[in-house]
Design a protein around this ligand. Sequence first.
Ligand code: HGY
Ligand code: MN
Ligand code: MN
Length: 416
Amino acid sequence: MAAPGENLRINGDRLWNSLMEMAKIGPGVAGGNNRQTLTDEDGEGRALFQKWCEEADCTMSLDQMGNMFAKRKGTDPDALPVYVGSHLDTQPTGGKYDGVLGVLGGLEVIRSLNDMGIKTRHPIVVTNFTNEEGTRYAPAMLSSGVFAGIHTQDWAYAREDAEGKTFGDELTRIGWRGEEEVGARKMHAFFELHIEQGPILEAEDVDIGVVTHGQGLSWIQVTITGKDAHTGSTPMPMRKNAGLGMARVLDLVDEIAISHAPHAVGAAGHIDVYPNSRNVIPGKVVFTVDFRCPNINIIADMEARLKADAQKICDDMGLFIEFEKVGGFDPVTFDKTCVSAVRSAAARLGYSHRDIISGAGHDACWINQVAPTAMIMCPCVDGLSHNEAEEISKEWSTAGAEVLFHAVVETAEMVE
Ligand code: HGY
Ligand code: MN
Ligand code: MN
């Protein structure tokens, strides 16, 4: 397939301006974003994205999980489309670029093709996957997971947020529940541009991460039950302190991950304490342990050690402990042809690049199970993400989108 000439570039200013416009929707309190999935702000962001896609002469489709598909026609109506995209939902203290760069970078590919009057044989479809973050509704990558046949739609619809509102009801409430069957679409290939969310590219002064693999993930929800009691009048030996049990288990999580250094990681980001009153010994805690590693055997070892050693901690303290697997996926190997298209695009465009394993999970990790898939990463400042201070440069954004443009256009086959 003919690759685009190195002179074919995107409009980095237009992409940057669109990123800044989208960032105005669902602002955080510290310069980032709080545009959580299926909130009114998510609905507003979707509407803006749809408006921009229609202005770029795309046709928008919506499936039953609210996944959005903006299609630019190809010359061959029978050719499977090349998909490009990511997610518009953010963490509660999210940044302006996590996910959004991949969706608006895909839109910039379309806008640039329109500017240059370039036709491709395969159609190109820009995608916004619903609820990639998995914050309000666990697990992460929920809708790309339904699209790839990992989760059933009924199971996804029944997921509840902290207030007991279901995914299905909230998707209907914000008016973005489509009719299209989820996963019925077939893809020629899928490309996702994403910030690295780690420190490697910036530290090595490299412009582009050619993502060859994604590490695996395990989310285990742990419930420890003790006994609510008065923090003042209950003698120490009589206490059944679920909060103390959690503290010792969280220390164990850190110890397990460090024992598999340097690649394994572990922490708990979600913690609920009951009754969460200043003068009541916690009778119950619920928290989610997040283990990750590129090696599936190490993930299994971390899960096994957590269960065995946390059980012993709680037995010794007279506490009751339960474990529930609430999310996870095996390490991912992306498609070699798509990865090569990314690597040769970076080289052609003169950008420094290196192979990299994705530390975070992405919709591409699930889509890789149903279509040839690859990812492109750009650096982020101090490797910081899932923090309102998340930052990238316009140059990094432009470089990432140009590599995306070249990889997508090569795969979609430019028509002279
Ligand atoms: O959890 C993840 O890795 C992704 O940011 N949802
Ligand atoms: Mn993301
Ligand atoms: Mn994220």
